[in-house]
Ligand binder design. Structure first.
Ligand SMILES: Nc1ncnc2c1ncn2[C@@H]1O[C@H](COP(=O)(O)OP(=O)(O)OP(=O)(O)O)[C@@H](O)[C@H]1O
Ligand SMILES: [Mg+2]
Length: 247
């Protein structure tokens, strides 16, 4: 087993941005084959390692590339250059409701989402009560999830992700929509993960949370890695760049 959980190796991800949209068939024909676009670099040659067993924070301003990096890690996007390698089973919670089907009940979504995350039907059945119990949405489990509040989505999604029993748990900003009680429950889970030698990667805009939870952090700024290392110094440098005093 490697002492690295995730290796981000010279990752570049660009998106094609079109400046003019064809408003009509005539304008499309008039323009012919030429299209006006530029490549926008969401991640620009980013490299860092996430040590196995660490709780690792990913920080940076809106649009700096954090979610793009996590999507590359979860194989939702593919980097144009470079590679992300992970060692061990991964479970990612990226966006509120991702992996859920709006028309299906909470119960059916537990089975659907569990199987997307690599659990067998038997596994899900065995862990079903624990998942529901952790989520706290028991009363609504047979309602279609389109009627759930954002917090309820996140509760159920997180409860499934942790019960997949991954080696690496990846959580984008989503926990912020949970209430204080649920957030504390999640943080306790992160501590349990750490005690079990597992790796947690989390994105948060709450620096006190990152400071309290994370050993190490990476700071992205406009797709460029500004710093990676001990949480305290990275957070300090990030806040300094924003002219915000740390707590
Ligand atoms: N599928 C896409 N197509 C085009 N541009 C995209 C796509 N996904 C992300 N981007 C762009 O990449 C940049 C980085 O976005 P990303 O979602 O990674 O930021 P972020 O750091 O997660 O921000 P936030 O803190 O707001 O969640 C943004 O400018 C965004 O518009
Ligand atoms: Mg994001």
């Amino acid at each position: 087993m490697s002492d690295i959980a995730v290796r981000v190796d010279h990752v570049t991800k660009s998106f094609r941005m079109y400046h003019e949209r064809n408003q009509s068939l005539k304008s499309a024909i008039m323009r012919g084959r030429t299209s006006v676009h530029e490549d926008f670099l969401a991640l620009d040659d980013v490299s860092f390692d996430v040590p196995a067993g660490s709780t690792f924070g990913l920080i940076g301003s809106n649009g700096s590339g954090k979610s793009t990096l996590l999507k590359c890690l979860a194989n939702i996007y593919y980097p144009n250059k470079g590679a992300i390698t992970h060692f061990g089973k991964i479970a990612a919670m990226l966006e509120v409701g991702s992996g859920f089907h709006a028309e299906l009940s909470g119960r059916d979504n537990v089975f659907l989402n569990g199987s997307i995350l690599g659990m067998s039907r038997k596994d899900v059945t065995r862990k079903f009560d624990e998942i529901i119990d952790f989520s706290g949405v028991e009363q609504f489990i047979d309602q279609p999830v389109k009627n759930y509040s954002s917090g309820m989505y996140v509760r159920l999604g997180f409860a499934i992700a942790i019960n997949v029993d991954p080696d690496i748990l990846v959580v984008d900003e989503v926990l912020a929509v949970g209430d204080a009680e649920f957030q504390e429950k999640c943080f306790q889970k992160f501590r349990d993960f750490k005690a079990a030698g597992k790796t947690v990667i989390l994105v948060s805009h709450s620096m006190p949370t990152v400071q309290a939870m994370c050993d190490q952090t990476a700071w992205l700024d406009h797709g460029v890695l500004k710093a990676a290392g001990p949480a305290k110094s990275t957070i300090k440098a990030y806040l300094k760049s924003l002219n915000v005093e740390p707590d």
